[in-house]
Design a protein around this ligand. Structure first.
Ligand SMILES: Cc1cc2nc3c(=O)[nH]c(=O)nc-3n(C[C@H](O)[C@H](O)[C@H](O)COP(=O)(O)OP(=O)(O)OC[C@H]3O[C@@H](n4cnc5c(N)ncnc54)[C@H](O)[C@@H]3O)c2cc1C
Length: 423
């Protein structure tokens, strides 16, 4: 998760909203323990997500009961199915790693449109009919239904707060250095060697990077068996995202504290396979920091598979050529066309548009193929695709979005699991 600044405004890359921050809910305790509840979280509209599919408009209401009742108004013949769905979301366990999310939804909802509607906001994970576990689907949807929150400010607030907590506890945070290799002595990592030549020794090492990238740093470690390496290096990755981050002219558009998911037609689960031209887009407005009604920033997001980027796989940021720029302009135009179904005339309100593709994420974050949600989880092979935070090296632990669950909730919960191995 990194932010960037252009012409006086900060833009986030991987933080649009967070779920379950109210007392007693999924993320409240964890954020309280991390000191993150003091940040300026803004509760989103009661109708926190809007879904537009093929011209019909639906809303997701905060609170499980309200969510089910709200959609039951549009689908009265599916009221019981909706109640059963929200009950299921509240009782997800590790055994749901083996359950195909799509099959579960098919068994629950006889109405194909409703199945698409309840899945529409899960664009923040990779929807794949054959492999996505119910465990991941439910975690992507559930906490947001409990309650949905947006940060009034950029993701640096969150990072700054965590860094402050580490410093208060006597720790030090060093950035701008890439770890280039790890050395082993007697089954334990002895040191991390950085790109600036510095070497760091420690009792424990925690890796937040993609596990396949980690394996490339473990080349000289005899305790890392081929089987572990092969499992990590050959694992499939989730798709990446294309984002168009729009700077809106002053006073052109009123702020709205909800997200909008616009789909051309009810093909939410197969869209990633045929998203050229763009068939679905998430619209997320940035909360104005001055508290005004007028917004200045909107993000448009859509999945973008790696094969659309492959022609530029050997290029680096800022040196990809005119064809790539043309592709980004075209994709942004397609996203705008869909977004205009919710905000008519949006393109005339745009002052500036900054685009990024999976190549951008790959180059800035080191994520293979620019995957947005880490390694793909597969309900048909849960044992192989969900990972332990432990590694073959006793003092090397994993954390981050590839291990169990992506997203702010996923990485927070995984971080607690990682820490539990030490304290
Ligand atoms: C477009 C987009 C929108 C999203 N929106 C949301 C949202 O609204 N809500 C939500 O909950 N989640 C969202 N997510 C998902 C969420 O951002 C990710 O799941 C989360 O950031 C993953 O965290 P991480 O720590 O695993 O990885 P990262 O945030 O990628 O952190 C890995 C860090 O490791 C660094 N690194 C890489 N290689 C090395 C090396 N060799 N040495 C040292 N450092 C290295 C990278 O620079 C990076 O800073 C979104 C993701 C994307 C792509």
């Amino acid at each position: 998760m990194q932010s960037f600044r252009r012409a006086g405004l900060d833009y986030d890359t991987g933080l649009h909203y967070v779920g379950g921050l109210a007392p007693g809910q999924a993320m409240h305790k964890a954020f309280a323990q991390l000191g993150l509840l003091d940040l300026p979280w803004q509760r989103m509209d009661e109708d926190f997500d809007h879904v537009i599919i093929g011209g019909r408009h639906f809303t997701f209401r905060q609170g499980y009961e309200a969510f089910a009742e709200g959609l039951a108004k549009d689908f009265p013949h599916q009221r019981e199915a909706l109640q059963s769905y929200v009950r299921r979301l509240q009782h997800i366990t590790a055994s749901d790693m083996d359950v195909p999310a799509y099959d579960y939804l098919r068994q629950t909802f006889s109405d194909e449109l409703l199945l698409n509607v309840v899945s529409a906001a899960a664009m923040k994970t990779e929807l794949r009919r054959e492999s996505l576990p119910l465990f991941n689907f439910a975690h992507t949807c559930s906490s947001y239904i409990e309650s949905s929150w947006r940060l009034q400010g950029d993701g640096n607030l969150l990072v700054g707060k965590l860094v402050g907590t580490i410093r208060e506890a006597g720790g030090e945070v060093r950035t701008g250095r890439r770890v280039v290799s790890l050395t082993e002595t007697g089954g334990r990592i002895a040191s991390a060697v950085c790109s600036d030549g510095e070497t760091y020794e420690a009792g424990y090492f925690i890796s937040d990077i993609h596990p396949a990238t980690l394996c490339s740093l473990l080349e000289g470690c005899p305790s890392v068996r081929k089987s572990f390496r092969r499992r990590m290096e050959t694992a499939e990755n989730t798709c990446g995202m294309f984002t168009a981050q729009l700077r809106i002219k002053p006073d052109a558009l009123r702020y709205f504290a909800h997200n909008v998911f616009v789909y051309d037609r009810p093909n939410v689960w197969t869209m990633t396979e045929e998203n050229d031209p763009v068939k679905g887009v998430m619209i997320s407005a940035r909360a104005p920091e001055d508290g005004s009604d007028s917004l200045r920033q909107i993000d448009l997001l859509t999945p973008m598979p790696w094969h659309e980027c492959e022609a530029w796989a050997d290029t680096r940021v800022g040196r990809r050529g005119d064809d790539y720029k043309a592709l980004c302009r075209e994709k942004a135009a397609q996203c705008l066309t869909l977004a205009e179904r919710y905000i008519p005339g949006l393109r005339d309100m745009v002052e500036q548009c900054y685009t990024s593709t999976p190549l951008t994420y790959r180059d800035y974050l080191g994520s293979p193929e620019g995957c947005a949600f880490g390694m793909r989880k597969d309900c048909r092979a849960a044992m192989l695709t969900f990972h332990s935070v432990s590694t073959p090296l006793a003092n090397l632990l994993l954390t981050g979005g590839s291990v169990i669950l992506p997203g702010i909730e996923g990485v927070t919960m995984t971080a607690f699991e990682t820490c539990s191995k030490i304290v």
